[in-house]
Design a protein around this ligand. Structure first.
Ligand code: TXA
Ligand code: MG
Length: 321
């Protein structure tokens, strides 16, 4: 249980340069006071993340935007009003408060108000910004429960706050509003259609940029097992072909698949938002069973299905040996 005492301790740790795991509605974050450069560097060290991959600064509410962003265009205000607290990150031109340690030396900063009561309570009590990447080792599957964080990072973090399973399940959608027309740098927990509805124009996905968006590296979110992607109608055939090669095959997909009875299936519903919610937990569970290959069924390419397909493609991408 999360007692007021524990929340006090979390805030005290952040004030003193500690690093804590913080639940959000998307995934668990590895959080440090964004104004404390040493603490921020510890986050990079714990994750094993290259220093030029910038972090998202989590703020208590929209009122804090001008402290971190020197220009807040009308479209940023419109999106913040519509979707914060929630799974949306805005990239804007930074103020000097956003240091090089956080931004990787860029002139922009990524900002978000998380929609989780524990994260919001901690941010409000702290009264400032918290830099938090996902609380996993670099390149691995993001954590959606406190237990995932414990297993991945254990004693490397000063405190793990348990806020229950993440309700969105994939990382925030990142929208760049720092120059020119808005663009999506990472599809995520907020559907592109919803963003376009508020802005009244098309918002393209632009993942090739000079900025290091780690989720945009080809291989990311990767379990130990190999991952093979399949549209639902081809999944069964894929499974059979891989088994014929003598491989131990697991399946991530809906109950409607008619699989051989001895094939282990990890339930990922066809409906995109439900798939997003359970995707990372199922990838972890499947990986623990020691399968050689996981055949992952792709959800429809709309709504949160875009983010799920994106994460699965990266999990399936060729890896460095
Ligand atoms: O849902 C989320 O966004 C989660 C939770 C904890 O809030 N956080 C998260 O952080 O996914 P992380 O570090 O795993 O991913 C943050 C992404 C990175 O790919 C990073 O490169 C990008 O945000 N990013 C940060 N600052 C940026 C900037 N100034 N310009 C472009 N991309 C930026
Ligand atoms: Mg991450």
């Amino acid at each position: 249980m999360l007692t007021p005492d524990l929340l006090d301790r979390a805030v005290e740790l952040l004030r003193r340069g500690g690093v804590i795991a913080l639940p959000t509605e998307t995934v668990y974050g590895l959080a440090a006071n964004a104004e404390d450069e040493l603490a921020v560097r510890r986050v990079f060290a714990i994750k094993g993340r290259p220093a030029n991959h910038p972090l998202i600064v989590h703020i208590p509410d929209e009122e804090y935007l001008p402290e971190w962003a020197r220009e807040v265009p009308d479209e940023a205000t419109a999106l913040a009003r519509a979707f914060w607290p929630g799974p949306l990150t805005l990239v804007l031109k930074r103020t000097s408060k956003a240091t090089d340690a956080v931004t990787g030396g860029q002139d922009t900063v990524a900002l978000r108000v998380p929609g989780h009561s524990v994260a919001m309570e901690v941010l409000e009590r702290l009264g400032g910004g918290v830099a938090a990447p996902s609380a996993n080792r670099f390149g691995k599957v993001s954590p959606t429960t406190a237990e995932h964080v414990q297993r991945d990072l254990g004693s490397d973090v000063d405190l793990v706050l348990d806020g229950g399973p993440a309700t969105v399940g994939v990382e925030s959608t990142i929208v760049d509003l720092s120059s020119g027309a808005p663009a999506i740098l990472r599809p995520g927990g907020l559907a592109t259609e919803d963003i376009e509805r508020v802005l009244g124009r098309a918002v393209p996905v632009r993942t090739s940029t000079t900025v290091r968006v780690s989720g945009s590296l080809e291989s990311h979110y990767a379990p130990r097992a190999g991952v093979v992607l399949a549209e639902p109608h081809e999944a069964v055939q894929r499974v059979e072909a891989l088994r014929a090669q003598g491989l131990r095959v697991g399946v991530l997909g809906p109950a409607s698949l008619s699989l051989p009875t001895d094939v282990q299936r990890f339930d990922v519903p066809a409906e995109p938002a439900q798939a997003a919610r359970v995707l990372y937990a199922r990838l972890r569970e499947a990986d623990e069973q020691g399968h050689d290959v996981l055949v992952a069924c792709l959800p429809a390419a709309s709504g949160l299905g875009i983010a799920v397909r994106d994460r699965l493609s990266r999990a399936a991408a060729p890896r460095d040996s």
